[in-house]
Design a protein around this ligand. Structure first.
Ligand code: SAT
Ligand code: MN
Length: 589
Protein backbone atom coordinates (compact mmCIF):
# COMPACT_ATOMS: atom_id res chain seq x y z
CA UNK A 1 0.00 0.00 0.00
CA UNK A 2 1.35 3.38 -0.96
CA UNK A 3 1.77 5.91 1.85
CA UNK A 4 0.12 9.35 1.66
CA UNK A 5 3.51 10.85 0.71
CA UNK A 6 4.00 8.30 -2.09
CA UNK A 7 0.50 8.93 -3.36
CA UNK A 8 1.03 12.67 -3.41
CA UNK A 9 4.39 12.37 -5.18
CA UNK A 10 2.82 10.10 -7.78
CA UNK A 11 -0.01 12.55 -8.36
CA UNK A 12 2.38 15.46 -8.82
CA UNK A 13 4.57 13.41 -11.16
CA UNK A 14 1.54 12.54 -13.29
CA UNK A 15 0.98 16.27 -13.75
CA UNK A 16 4.57 17.56 -14.12
CA UNK A 17 5.74 14.51 -16.15
CA UNK A 18 9.40 14.35 -15.17
CA UNK A 19 11.64 11.81 -16.92
CA UNK A 20 12.64 10.37 -13.57
CA UNK A 21 11.96 10.68 -9.84
CA UNK A 22 14.83 10.82 -7.35
CA UNK A 23 14.02 10.28 -3.66
CA UNK A 24 16.70 12.21 -1.74
CA UNK A 25 18.14 11.01 1.56
CA UNK A 26 20.01 14.20 2.50
CA UNK A 27 23.40 12.45 2.70
CA UNK A 28 26.70 14.09 1.79
CA UNK A 29 27.35 11.40 -0.80
CA UNK A 30 24.11 12.30 -2.51
CA UNK A 31 24.88 16.03 -2.35
CA UNK A 32 28.20 15.36 -4.11
CA UNK A 33 26.38 13.50 -6.87
CA UNK A 34 23.92 16.38 -7.24
CA UNK A 35 26.78 18.87 -7.53
CA UNK A 36 28.36 16.73 -10.26
CA UNK A 37 25.09 16.71 -12.16
CA UNK A 38 24.79 20.47 -11.68
CA UNK A 39 28.30 21.01 -13.04
CA UNK A 40 28.05 18.65 -16.01
CA UNK A 41 24.44 18.25 -17.07
CA UNK A 42 22.08 20.94 -15.81
CA UNK A 43 22.17 24.41 -17.34
CA UNK A 44 20.62 27.84 -16.96
CA UNK A 45 20.71 29.68 -20.31
CA UNK A 46 24.01 28.34 -21.67
CA UNK A 47 25.99 28.16 -18.44
CA UNK A 48 26.29 25.26 -16.03
CA UNK A 49 24.39 25.33 -12.76
CA UNK A 50 27.56 25.09 -10.67
CA UNK A 51 31.24 25.87 -10.95
CA UNK A 52 33.64 24.38 -8.42
CA UNK A 53 35.50 27.18 -6.62
CA UNK A 54 39.11 27.10 -5.47
CA UNK A 55 38.99 24.32 -2.88
CA UNK A 56 42.18 25.51 -1.17
CA UNK A 57 40.87 28.99 -0.35
CA UNK A 58 37.14 28.19 -0.29
CA UNK A 59 36.82 24.52 0.72
CA UNK A 60 33.55 22.81 -0.30
CA UNK A 61 32.39 26.01 -2.06
CA UNK A 62 30.67 26.32 -5.45
CA UNK A 63 29.51 29.19 -7.60
CA UNK A 64 26.01 29.52 -9.03
CA UNK A 65 24.59 32.14 -11.36
CA UNK A 66 20.83 32.54 -11.55
CA UNK A 67 18.69 33.48 -14.48
CA UNK A 68 19.13 37.28 -14.81
CA UNK A 69 15.41 37.92 -14.26
CA UNK A 70 15.39 35.79 -11.13
CA UNK A 71 17.46 37.48 -8.42
CA UNK A 72 15.09 38.37 -5.58
CA UNK A 73 11.69 37.65 -4.09
CA UNK A 74 8.79 38.78 -6.26
CA UNK A 75 6.13 40.00 -3.86
CA UNK A 76 3.72 40.94 -6.64
CA UNK A 77 3.66 37.30 -7.84
CA UNK A 78 3.22 35.87 -4.35
CA UNK A 79 -0.31 34.91 -3.29
CA UNK A 80 -1.96 33.54 -0.19
CA UNK A 81 -5.02 31.54 -1.15
CA UNK A 82 -7.41 31.46 1.79
CA UNK A 83 -11.04 30.62 1.00
CA UNK A 84 -11.98 34.28 1.70
CA UNK A 85 -10.05 37.41 0.70
CA UNK A 86 -10.70 38.93 4.10
CA UNK A 87 -8.56 36.21 5.71
CA UNK A 88 -5.58 37.24 3.60
CA UNK A 89 -6.01 40.93 4.44
CA UNK A 90 -4.68 43.99 2.64
CA UNK A 91 -1.13 42.80 3.36
CA UNK A 92 -1.36 39.84 0.93
CA UNK A 93 -2.19 39.25 -2.71
CA UNK A 94 -5.14 36.90 -2.75
CA UNK A 95 -6.60 34.48 -5.22
CA UNK A 96 -9.45 32.02 -4.60
CA UNK A 97 -7.96 28.53 -4.05
CA UNK A 98 -9.82 26.92 -6.99
CA UNK A 99 -8.80 29.65 -9.42
CA UNK A 100 -5.18 29.54 -8.22
CA UNK A 101 -5.03 25.78 -8.62
CA UNK A 102 -6.48 25.93 -12.10
CA UNK A 103 -3.83 28.43 -13.14
CA UNK A 104 -1.01 26.45 -11.53
CA UNK A 105 -2.20 23.14 -12.94
CA UNK A 106 -1.99 24.54 -16.48
CA UNK A 107 1.49 25.95 -15.88
CA UNK A 108 2.70 22.75 -14.20
CA UNK A 109 1.34 20.31 -16.79
CA UNK A 110 4.42 18.73 -18.36
CA UNK A 111 6.81 21.35 -16.88
CA UNK A 112 9.32 18.68 -15.78
CA UNK A 113 9.53 16.90 -19.14
CA UNK A 114 13.15 15.90 -19.78
CA UNK A 115 14.02 16.72 -16.16
CA UNK A 116 14.40 14.93 -12.84
CA UNK A 117 11.91 15.44 -10.04
CA UNK A 118 13.77 15.44 -6.73
CA UNK A 119 11.76 14.43 -3.66
CA UNK A 120 13.11 16.17 -0.56
CA UNK A 121 11.89 14.91 2.84
CA UNK A 122 12.90 17.42 5.53
CA UNK A 123 12.17 18.71 9.03
CA UNK A 124 11.78 22.31 10.04
CA UNK A 125 13.04 22.19 13.62
CA UNK A 126 14.92 19.43 15.41
CA UNK A 127 13.18 16.06 14.87
CA UNK A 128 12.82 15.65 18.66
CA UNK A 129 11.25 19.07 19.11
CA UNK A 130 7.54 19.22 19.94
CA UNK A 131 7.50 22.34 17.76
CA UNK A 132 9.07 20.74 14.64
CA UNK A 133 7.15 20.05 11.43
CA UNK A 134 7.66 17.27 8.84
CA UNK A 135 7.71 18.39 5.23
CA UNK A 136 8.23 17.12 1.68
CA UNK A 137 9.28 19.36 -1.21
CA UNK A 138 9.44 18.41 -4.86
CA UNK A 139 11.73 20.32 -7.22
CA UNK A 140 13.27 19.95 -10.67
CA UNK A 141 16.58 21.66 -10.02
CA UNK A 142 19.63 20.37 -8.15
CA UNK A 143 20.49 23.88 -6.87
CA UNK A 144 17.29 23.80 -4.82
CA UNK A 145 17.82 20.21 -3.67
CA UNK A 146 21.34 20.99 -2.44
CA UNK A 147 20.30 24.32 -0.88
CA UNK A 148 17.54 22.53 1.05
CA UNK A 149 20.12 20.08 2.41
CA UNK A 150 22.00 23.09 3.84
CA UNK A 151 18.97 25.02 5.08
CA UNK A 152 16.93 22.18 6.63
CA UNK A 153 17.29 18.82 8.34
CA UNK A 154 16.79 16.58 5.32
CA UNK A 155 16.76 12.81 5.75
CA UNK A 156 15.02 9.55 4.89
CA UNK A 157 13.97 9.36 8.54
CA UNK A 158 11.43 12.11 7.93
CA UNK A 159 9.45 9.73 5.69
CA UNK A 160 9.34 7.15 8.51
CA UNK A 161 8.24 9.87 10.88
CA UNK A 162 5.39 10.87 8.57
CA UNK A 163 4.52 7.20 7.97
CA UNK A 164 0.83 6.87 7.21
CA UNK A 165 -0.08 10.33 8.37
CA UNK A 166 -1.75 12.74 5.98
CA UNK A 167 -0.42 15.77 7.84
CA UNK A 168 2.84 16.77 6.27
CA UNK A 169 3.77 20.09 4.69
CA UNK A 170 3.72 19.91 0.90
CA UNK A 171 5.89 21.98 -1.44
CA UNK A 172 5.65 21.69 -5.21
CA UNK A 173 8.38 23.57 -7.06
CA UNK A 174 9.49 23.89 -10.66
CA UNK A 175 11.66 26.53 -12.28
CA UNK A 176 9.45 26.21 -15.37
CA UNK A 177 10.97 28.34 -18.10
CA UNK A 178 11.97 31.18 -15.71
CA UNK A 179 9.51 33.43 -17.51
CA UNK A 180 8.43 36.15 -15.03
CA UNK A 181 5.05 36.19 -16.79
CA UNK A 182 4.59 32.55 -15.87
CA UNK A 183 5.91 32.84 -12.33
CA UNK A 184 3.77 32.36 -9.22
CA UNK A 185 4.42 31.58 -5.59
CA UNK A 186 1.11 30.42 -4.16
CA UNK A 187 0.25 29.39 -0.61
CA UNK A 188 -2.69 27.26 0.50
CA UNK A 189 -2.70 27.54 4.30
CA UNK A 190 -5.67 25.22 4.76
CA UNK A 191 -3.73 22.35 3.19
CA UNK A 192 -0.22 23.36 4.32
CA UNK A 193 0.66 23.46 0.63
CA UNK A 194 3.06 25.76 -1.24
CA UNK A 195 3.07 25.66 -5.04
CA UNK A 196 5.80 27.67 -6.74
CA UNK A 197 6.65 27.88 -10.40
CA UNK A 198 9.02 29.93 -12.55
CA UNK A 199 11.70 30.98 -10.05
CA UNK A 200 14.81 29.34 -8.60
CA UNK A 201 15.53 32.21 -6.17
CA UNK A 202 15.88 31.31 -2.46
CA UNK A 203 12.77 32.89 -0.97
CA UNK A 204 10.68 31.73 -3.96
CA UNK A 205 12.12 28.24 -4.33
CA UNK A 206 13.40 26.94 -0.96
CA UNK A 207 9.87 26.34 0.16
CA UNK A 208 10.75 25.44 3.75
CA UNK A 209 11.97 28.98 4.29
CA UNK A 210 9.71 32.03 3.87
CA UNK A 211 6.86 30.13 2.19
CA UNK A 212 6.37 27.49 4.85
CA UNK A 213 8.23 28.65 7.97
CA UNK A 214 6.70 32.13 7.84
CA UNK A 215 3.62 32.41 5.60
CA UNK A 216 2.03 29.00 6.24
CA UNK A 217 3.50 28.62 9.73
CA UNK A 218 2.12 32.02 10.81
CA UNK A 219 -1.35 30.64 9.96
CA UNK A 220 -0.64 27.42 11.87
CA UNK A 221 0.60 29.55 14.77
CA UNK A 222 -2.59 31.57 14.80
CA UNK A 223 -4.62 28.37 14.94
CA UNK A 224 -2.39 26.55 17.43
CA UNK A 225 -1.35 29.45 19.70
CA UNK A 226 2.24 30.28 18.73
CA UNK A 227 4.16 32.76 16.59
CA UNK A 228 6.23 32.30 13.42
CA UNK A 229 8.48 35.34 13.11
CA UNK A 230 11.12 36.91 10.85
CA UNK A 231 13.67 37.05 13.64
CA UNK A 232 17.25 36.45 14.68
CA UNK A 233 17.64 34.25 17.79
CA UNK A 234 20.82 34.75 19.79
CA UNK A 235 22.38 34.31 23.21
CA UNK A 236 24.56 37.02 24.73
CA UNK A 237 27.12 35.94 27.29
CA UNK A 238 28.05 38.71 29.73
CA UNK A 239 31.40 39.10 31.54
CA UNK A 240 30.03 37.01 34.45
CA UNK A 241 29.30 34.12 32.08
CA UNK A 242 25.52 34.50 32.20
CA UNK A 243 23.78 33.93 28.84
CA UNK A 244 20.60 35.89 28.05
CA UNK A 245 18.57 35.02 24.95
CA UNK A 246 16.92 37.58 22.73
CA UNK A 247 15.19 37.70 19.34
CA UNK A 248 15.35 40.53 16.80
CA UNK A 249 13.14 41.26 13.79
CA UNK A 250 14.46 43.30 10.88
CA UNK A 251 13.36 43.41 7.24
CA UNK A 252 15.41 41.47 4.68
CA UNK A 253 18.91 42.82 3.99
CA UNK A 254 19.01 45.05 7.12
CA UNK A 255 21.81 43.20 8.90
CA UNK A 256 20.08 40.29 10.67
CA UNK A 257 22.86 37.86 9.76
CA UNK A 258 25.55 40.29 10.99
CA UNK A 259 23.66 40.79 14.25
CA UNK A 260 23.14 37.05 14.79
CA UNK A 261 26.91 36.42 14.87
CA UNK A 262 28.16 39.80 15.99
CA UNK A 263 31.75 40.10 17.19
CA UNK A 264 31.43 42.20 20.33
CA UNK A 265 33.16 45.58 20.40
CA UNK A 266 32.89 45.50 24.21
CA UNK A 267 35.31 43.25 26.09
CA UNK A 268 33.77 40.37 28.03
CA UNK A 269 30.64 40.02 25.88
CA UNK A 270 30.15 37.15 23.45
CA UNK A 271 27.35 36.32 21.06
CA UNK A 272 26.07 32.77 20.48
CA UNK A 273 24.08 32.19 17.31
CA UNK A 274 20.82 30.23 17.17
CA UNK A 275 19.25 31.71 14.04
CA UNK A 276 19.57 34.62 11.64
CA UNK A 277 16.19 34.71 9.89
CA UNK A 278 13.30 32.76 11.38
CA UNK A 279 12.07 32.12 14.92
CA UNK A 280 9.18 29.97 16.05
CA UNK A 281 7.99 31.23 19.43
CA UNK A 282 5.97 29.15 21.87
CA UNK A 283 4.65 29.78 25.36
CA UNK A 284 6.55 27.33 27.58
CA UNK A 285 5.12 25.42 30.56
CA UNK A 286 6.80 27.96 32.86
CA UNK A 287 5.00 30.92 31.25
CA UNK A 288 8.09 32.17 29.44
CA UNK A 289 8.43 32.61 25.69
CA UNK A 290 10.66 29.95 24.05
CA UNK A 291 12.31 30.26 20.62
CA UNK A 292 13.57 27.69 18.17
CA UNK A 293 15.14 28.34 14.79
CA UNK A 294 13.50 25.88 12.39
CA UNK A 295 16.37 26.22 9.89
CA UNK A 296 19.95 24.89 9.85
CA UNK A 297 21.60 27.27 7.39
CA UNK A 298 22.26 30.88 6.52
CA UNK A 299 20.98 32.33 3.26
CA UNK A 300 22.75 35.65 3.66
CA UNK A 301 23.48 38.76 1.62
CA UNK A 302 27.08 38.71 0.35
CA UNK A 303 27.77 42.41 -0.44
CA UNK A 304 29.16 44.15 2.62
CA UNK A 305 30.20 40.91 4.33
CA UNK A 306 33.84 41.21 5.42
CA UNK A 307 36.33 40.61 8.20
CA UNK A 308 35.41 44.07 9.43
CA UNK A 309 31.62 43.79 9.36
CA UNK A 310 31.22 40.09 10.16
CA UNK A 311 34.44 38.14 10.76
CA UNK A 312 32.48 35.16 12.09
CA UNK A 313 30.65 34.83 8.79
CA UNK A 314 33.90 34.93 6.81
CA UNK A 315 35.16 32.08 9.04
CA UNK A 316 31.86 30.24 8.53
CA UNK A 317 32.12 30.58 4.75
CA UNK A 318 35.69 29.31 4.76
CA UNK A 319 35.21 26.51 7.30
CA UNK A 320 34.54 23.78 4.72
CA UNK A 321 32.98 21.46 7.28
CA UNK A 322 29.44 20.85 6.08
CA UNK A 323 29.13 20.09 2.35
CA UNK A 324 28.60 22.28 0.33
CA UNK A 325 28.69 26.10 0.56
CA UNK A 326 27.11 28.02 -2.33
CA UNK A 327 27.65 31.52 -3.70
CA UNK A 328 24.94 32.92 -5.96
CA UNK A 329 25.32 35.97 -8.23
CA UNK A 330 28.50 37.35 -6.68
CA UNK A 331 31.41 38.47 -8.86
CA UNK A 332 33.71 35.66 -10.02
CA UNK A 333 37.50 35.71 -10.38
CA UNK A 334 38.04 33.14 -13.13
CA UNK A 335 41.84 33.05 -12.74
CA UNK A 336 41.71 32.08 -9.10
CA UNK A 337 38.24 30.54 -9.20
CA UNK A 338 37.14 32.67 -6.25
CA UNK A 339 33.98 34.63 -5.46
CA UNK A 340 34.15 38.36 -4.78
CA UNK A 341 31.64 41.08 -3.88
CA UNK A 342 31.56 44.76 -3.07
CA UNK A 343 32.64 45.36 0.51
CA UNK A 344 34.72 42.18 0.82
CA UNK A 345 38.08 43.15 2.31
CA UNK A 346 40.38 40.83 0.35
CA UNK A 347 42.26 42.70 -2.44
CA UNK A 348 40.06 43.37 -5.46
CA UNK A 349 40.96 40.93 -8.24
CA UNK A 350 42.32 42.73 -11.31
CA UNK A 351 39.96 40.89 -13.60
CA UNK A 352 36.59 39.30 -12.98
CA UNK A 353 33.27 38.48 -14.56
CA UNK A 354 30.19 40.07 -13.03
CA UNK A 355 27.13 38.20 -11.75
CA UNK A 356 25.86 37.90 -15.32
CA UNK A 357 29.16 36.56 -16.66
CA UNK A 358 30.26 39.77 -18.37
CA UNK A 359 33.95 40.86 -18.10
CA UNK A 360 34.37 43.41 -15.32
CA UNK A 361 37.36 45.50 -14.25
CA UNK A 362 37.68 47.39 -10.96
CA UNK A 363 36.67 51.03 -11.26
CA UNK A 364 34.19 50.45 -14.03
CA UNK A 365 30.63 51.58 -13.62
CA UNK A 366 28.16 49.24 -11.95
CA UNK A 367 28.69 46.46 -9.46
CA UNK A 368 30.39 43.13 -9.98
CA UNK A 369 28.06 41.36 -7.54
CA UNK A 370 24.29 41.71 -7.63
CA UNK A 371 23.08 43.79 -4.64
CA UNK A 372 21.08 40.74 -3.51
CA UNK A 373 23.80 38.17 -4.24
CA UNK A 374 23.84 35.50 -1.56
CA UNK A 375 25.71 32.72 0.16
CA UNK A 376 24.12 29.51 1.40
CA UNK A 377 26.08 27.89 4.21
CA UNK A 378 25.44 25.51 7.09
CA UNK A 379 25.05 26.91 10.59
CA UNK A 380 27.16 23.98 11.79
CA UNK A 381 30.14 25.78 10.19
CA UNK A 382 29.69 28.80 12.45
CA UNK A 383 32.28 29.33 15.21
CA UNK A 384 29.55 31.16 17.16
CA UNK A 385 26.98 28.33 17.03
CA UNK A 386 25.16 28.16 20.37
CA UNK A 387 25.33 24.89 22.26
CA UNK A 388 21.55 25.22 22.64
CA UNK A 389 21.09 25.18 18.86
CA UNK A 390 19.86 21.57 18.80
CA UNK A 391 17.91 21.84 22.06
CA UNK A 392 14.42 20.62 21.09
CA UNK A 393 12.78 22.88 23.70
CA UNK A 394 14.41 26.03 22.39
CA UNK A 395 15.68 28.88 24.54
CA UNK A 396 13.78 31.25 26.90
CA UNK A 397 13.59 34.79 25.52
CA UNK A 398 14.16 37.86 27.72
CA UNK A 399 13.89 40.62 25.11
CA UNK A 400 12.42 41.10 21.64
CA UNK A 401 13.95 43.74 19.36
CA UNK A 402 11.80 45.10 16.54
CA UNK A 403 13.61 47.20 13.97
CA UNK A 404 13.59 48.80 10.59
CA UNK A 405 15.82 50.93 8.46
CA UNK A 406 14.96 54.58 9.15
CA UNK A 407 17.46 57.27 8.26
CA UNK A 408 15.35 59.87 10.11
CA UNK A 409 13.03 60.18 13.06
CA UNK A 410 13.31 56.82 14.84
CA UNK A 411 15.56 56.63 17.93
CA UNK A 412 18.43 54.16 18.31
CA UNK A 413 16.60 52.22 21.02
CA UNK A 414 13.21 52.57 22.74
CA UNK A 415 11.78 50.27 25.37
CA UNK A 416 8.03 49.65 25.23
CA UNK A 417 6.06 50.40 28.41
CA UNK A 418 4.58 46.90 28.38
CA UNK A 419 3.70 44.01 26.00
CA UNK A 420 0.66 45.69 24.39
CA UNK A 421 2.61 48.90 23.87
CA UNK A 422 5.37 46.77 22.34
CA UNK A 423 2.90 45.21 19.90
CA UNK A 424 1.87 48.73 18.86
CA UNK A 425 5.53 49.75 18.56
CA UNK A 426 6.05 46.79 16.23
CA UNK A 427 2.85 47.48 14.30
CA UNK A 428 3.84 51.07 13.56
CA UNK A 429 7.42 50.25 12.50
CA UNK A 430 8.40 51.46 9.05
CA UNK A 431 11.44 50.61 6.96
CA UNK A 432 13.13 51.79 3.79
CA UNK A 433 13.00 49.02 1.18
CA UNK A 434 16.09 46.99 0.16
CA UNK A 435 17.19 44.89 -2.83
CA UNK A 436 15.97 41.63 -1.26
CA UNK A 437 12.73 41.97 -3.20
CA UNK A 438 12.14 43.13 -6.73
CA UNK A 439 10.84 46.67 -6.17
CA UNK A 440 12.09 50.25 -5.90
CA UNK A 441 14.80 50.45 -3.24
CA UNK A 442 14.79 53.07 -0.45
CA UNK A 443 11.05 53.74 -0.27
CA UNK A 444 9.50 53.97 3.19
CA UNK A 445 6.79 51.43 3.92
CA UNK A 446 5.24 50.10 7.12
CA UNK A 447 6.71 46.71 7.88
CA UNK A 448 5.30 45.51 11.21
CA UNK A 449 7.64 43.07 12.98
CA UNK A 450 9.44 42.87 9.58
CA UNK A 451 6.58 40.53 8.60
CA UNK A 452 4.77 42.55 5.93
CA UNK A 453 5.86 40.22 3.07
CA UNK A 454 5.60 37.09 5.22
CA UNK A 455 2.48 37.21 7.40
CA UNK A 456 0.21 34.60 5.83
CA UNK A 457 -3.06 36.08 7.10
CA UNK A 458 -4.76 39.40 7.80
CA UNK A 459 -2.25 41.51 9.69
CA UNK A 460 -5.01 43.11 11.75
CA UNK A 461 -5.70 39.63 13.17
CA UNK A 462 -1.96 39.11 13.54
CA UNK A 463 -1.73 42.08 15.94
CA UNK A 464 -4.61 40.53 17.87
CA UNK A 465 -2.75 37.22 17.98
CA UNK A 466 0.36 38.91 19.39
CA UNK A 467 -1.79 40.53 22.08
CA UNK A 468 -3.32 37.16 23.00
CA UNK A 469 0.13 35.53 23.27
CA UNK A 470 1.10 38.31 25.69
CA UNK A 471 -1.86 37.45 27.88
CA UNK A 472 -0.67 33.86 28.18
CA UNK A 473 2.88 34.84 29.21
CA UNK A 474 3.55 34.91 32.95
CA UNK A 475 6.98 36.38 32.26
CA UNK A 476 6.75 38.27 28.97
CA UNK A 477 9.98 39.43 27.36
CA UNK A 478 10.48 43.20 27.23
CA UNK A 479 9.98 44.67 23.76
CA UNK A 480 12.36 47.20 22.15
CA UNK A 481 12.28 49.29 19.01
CA UNK A 482 15.74 49.63 17.47
CA UNK A 483 17.15 51.58 14.52
CA UNK A 484 20.84 51.39 13.62
CA UNK A 485 20.39 53.49 10.49
CA UNK A 486 19.83 57.11 11.50
CA UNK A 487 21.92 59.54 9.42
CA UNK A 488 23.30 63.05 10.00
CA UNK A 489 23.02 66.17 7.79
CA UNK A 490 25.68 64.74 5.47
CA UNK A 491 23.78 61.50 5.03
CA UNK A 492 26.34 59.53 7.09
CA UNK A 493 25.22 56.90 9.58
CA UNK A 494 25.56 58.31 13.11
CA UNK A 495 25.71 54.93 14.85
CA UNK A 496 28.67 52.71 13.85
CA UNK A 497 26.56 49.52 13.84
CA UNK A 498 27.93 45.98 13.43
CA UNK A 499 30.05 44.92 16.46
CA UNK A 500 29.17 48.16 18.23
CA UNK A 501 25.51 47.17 18.35
CA UNK A 502 26.51 45.16 21.44
CA UNK A 503 26.45 48.50 23.27
CA UNK A 504 22.71 48.78 22.72
CA UNK A 505 22.24 45.12 23.61
CA UNK A 506 24.21 45.64 26.81
CA UNK A 507 21.81 48.45 27.75
CA UNK A 508 18.92 46.12 27.02
CA UNK A 509 20.42 43.36 29.20
CA UNK A 510 20.91 45.88 32.01
CA UNK A 511 17.26 46.91 31.69
CA UNK A 512 16.01 43.32 31.53
CA UNK A 513 18.01 42.50 34.66
CA UNK A 514 16.67 45.58 36.47
CA UNK A 515 20.12 47.12 36.89
CA UNK A 516 19.41 50.61 35.49
CA UNK A 517 16.64 53.15 34.96
CA UNK A 518 15.53 54.86 31.76
CA UNK A 519 14.14 58.14 30.50
CA UNK A 520 10.50 58.44 29.47
CA UNK A 521 9.58 59.89 26.06
CA UNK A 522 6.26 59.86 24.17
CA UNK A 523 7.54 56.82 22.23
CA UNK A 524 8.72 54.79 25.20
CA UNK A 525 11.81 54.56 27.42
CA UNK A 526 15.23 55.60 26.11
CA UNK A 527 18.69 55.37 27.75
CA UNK A 528 19.99 57.96 30.18
CA UNK A 529 23.12 59.29 28.48
CA UNK A 530 25.41 57.80 31.12
CA UNK A 531 23.92 54.30 30.78
CA UNK A 532 24.78 53.66 27.13
CA UNK A 533 28.38 52.44 27.05
CA UNK A 534 30.09 54.42 24.28
CA UNK A 535 33.62 54.00 25.64
CA UNK A 536 36.16 54.09 22.83
CA UNK A 537 33.72 55.66 20.35
CA UNK A 538 34.01 59.27 19.27
CA UNK A 539 30.44 60.28 18.51
CA UNK A 540 30.00 64.01 19.34
CA UNK A 541 27.54 64.75 22.15
CA UNK A 542 25.00 66.52 19.90
CA UNK A 543 24.89 63.52 17.57
CA UNK A 544 24.46 61.11 20.49
CA UNK A 545 21.53 63.22 21.64
CA UNK A 546 20.07 63.11 18.15
CA UNK A 547 19.99 59.31 18.43
CA UNK A 548 17.46 59.53 21.27
CA UNK A 549 15.65 62.66 20.13
CA UNK A 550 11.88 62.67 19.57
CA UNK A 551 10.95 65.45 17.16
CA UNK A 552 7.29 66.09 18.04
CA UNK A 553 6.13 67.89 14.85
CA UNK A 554 7.75 65.23 12.67
CA UNK A 555 6.19 62.50 14.78
CA UNK A 556 2.77 64.10 14.45
CA UNK A 557 3.16 63.82 10.66
CA UNK A 558 4.41 60.23 11.09
CA UNK A 559 1.24 59.36 13.03
CA UNK A 560 -0.83 60.30 9.98
CA UNK A 561 1.06 57.79 7.88
CA UNK A 562 0.72 55.18 10.64
CA UNK A 563 -3.03 55.89 10.77
CA UNK A 564 -3.36 55.30 7.06
CA UNK A 565 -1.70 51.93 7.42
CA UNK A 566 -3.57 50.81 10.52
CA UNK A 567 -6.93 51.95 9.10
CA UNK A 568 -6.40 49.69 6.09
CA UNK A 569 -7.18 46.74 8.38
CA UNK A 570 -10.69 48.05 9.12
CA UNK A 571 -12.44 46.13 11.87
CA UNK A 572 -9.71 43.48 11.91
CA UNK A 573 -7.58 46.00 13.83
CA UNK A 574 -7.85 45.27 17.58
CA UNK A 575 -9.33 48.07 19.70
CA UNK A 576 -6.16 47.90 21.81
CA UNK A 577 -4.12 49.14 18.83
CA UNK A 578 -6.39 52.18 18.51
CA UNK A 579 -6.07 52.79 22.25
CA UNK A 580 -2.27 52.68 21.96
CA UNK A 581 -2.39 55.02 18.98
CA UNK A 582 -4.52 57.53 20.89
CA UNK A 583 -2.13 57.31 23.84
CA UNK A 584 0.81 58.14 21.54
CA UNK A 585 -1.04 61.16 20.09
CA UNK A 586 -1.81 62.39 23.61
CA UNK A 587 1.80 62.02 24.72
CA UNK A 588 3.06 63.85 21.65
CA UNK A 589 0.84 66.75 22.83
O1 SAT B 1 13.36 35.61 1.24
S1 SAT B 1 14.72 35.11 1.23
O2 SAT B 1 14.78 33.91 2.00
O3 SAT B 1 15.13 34.87 -0.13
C1 SAT B 1 15.76 36.24 1.95
C2 SAT B 1 15.05 37.41 2.46
O4 SAT B 1 14.58 38.22 1.64
O5 SAT B 1 14.93 37.56 3.69
MN1 MN C 1 14.76 37.10 5.82
Amino acid sequence: MATPVEKWVEEQARLAKPDRIWWCDGSEEEARKLMEIGMKKEKILDYPLFWELNQKTWPTAYYHRSHPTDVARTEQLTFVCHPKQDQAGPNNNWMAPAEAKEKLTKLTDGCMRGRTMYVLPYMMGHPDSPYAKSCVQLTDVSYVAVSMRIMTRMSKGVLDKIGNSETFVKGMHSVGDFDPNRRFIMHFPQESLVWSIGSGYGGNALLGKKCFSLRIASCLGQREGWLAEHMVVMGIEDPQGKITYITAAFPSACGKTNLAMLQSALPGYKVWTIGDDIAWLNVGPDGRLYAINPETGFFGVAPGTSMKTNPNMVHTLKAGKFYPTLFTNTGFDLDRMEPWWEGYDAPTPAKMVDWQGKPWTPGQEGKVAHANSRFTVSMYNAPTLSREFDNPKGVPISAILLGGKRTQLVPLVTEAFDWAHGVFLGARTGSETTAAAAHQVGVLRRDPMAMLPFCGYNMGDYFGHWLSIGQRLKHPPKIYGVNWFRTDEDGKFIWPGFGDNIRVIKWILDRVNGRIGAKETPLGLVPHTADLDVSGLSIPKDKMEKLSEVDRPLWQAEVQDIDKFLNSFGDHLPAEMRRQRDMLVKKLG
